[in-house]
Design a protein around this ligand. Sequence first.
Ligand code: TXA
Ligand code: MG
Length: 318
Amino acid sequence: MTGTNIHHAATLLKEGKVVAIPTETVYGLAGNALDEDAVLTIFEVKNRPHFDPLIIHVSSLEAICQYVEDIPKTLKVLAEKFMPGPLTLLLPKKDIIPDLVTSGSPMVAVRIPSHPLTKKLLVSLDFPLAAPSANPFGYISPTTAKHVADQLGDHIPYILDGGPCEVGLESTIVGMEDGRVTVYRKGGLEVESIQVWVDHEILVKTHSTSKPDAPGMLSVHYAPKKPLFILENETDWASKTGEKNVCFLRFSTPFEGFDLSKQRILSPQGDYHEAAHHLFAFMRELDVLPFDVIYAERLPEVGLGRAINDRLKRASVF
Ligand code: TXA
Ligand code: MG
């Protein structure tokens, strides 16, 4: 069932059930982070391996302090500046957070979502919500209640519908490594915005395959079912226009001379926020339309363009 009843969502969560919740980034599949059975249900519904830890969601910085041992000074500045918002911090956990949530790591990922419905929901609960993105493991994250319903609707009792997610990309995951602010997953908060508040050059980790620091960095992740290829230049695009059953995912302009109905434009304005907002919804749409292959355009490596390119790369065959 889908609806906007926060009280109903809270009641289910208090009973140990899992509920899909809206956030400004993507929809989450939420359960009581302090209840191991609820956390196990999240892993089961998502078909997610237990080595991939979960982010906990709380309503305030004070609430974060209940669940972590310490917030390094530099990260506190970021928390004060960007929370609530699309920022997740990796912090040393208190014992009250089950190891299952962090996959045995002493660090817990925490964030404060800014979506008004979920904010109200969190305030009404006396426990944090563990919530991965509400998609089957490995697939594209959902940015509408319908995306969630299409894939997980039969497996969960309730989807709290908060409309389309404003940001449309998962949160940026940030921690400290050897005294340096480190970005583990590029996301809805730009690296450039973080850098402004840090007095040393922040480290941005590129993804690894075998032993990822944050399993959101697994190389195949966020992928549509169809093959997706990233194209680099005009000659490449031109060479694909003759192929049968292909579609184009472009940044700001359609490719001239190719059927417009087979193209999706992320932002005609060339606006990175608008492009991010549309990215996953367009990938899903193209995934279910009768095309065999998706060709996608790489964006300039600035602002949210970096996170969008990161998701395209993970969605792509190479
Ligand atoms: O925007 C978001 O972050 C969304 C919304 C629902 O909050 N959540 C989300 O969760 O994207 P998920 O589980 O799909 O991705 C979270 C990533 C995972 O790759 C996970 O491995 C990493 O965060 N992560 C979580 N806890 C961690 C930890 N203790 N240490 C390292 N990485 C962690
Ligand atoms: Mg996910």
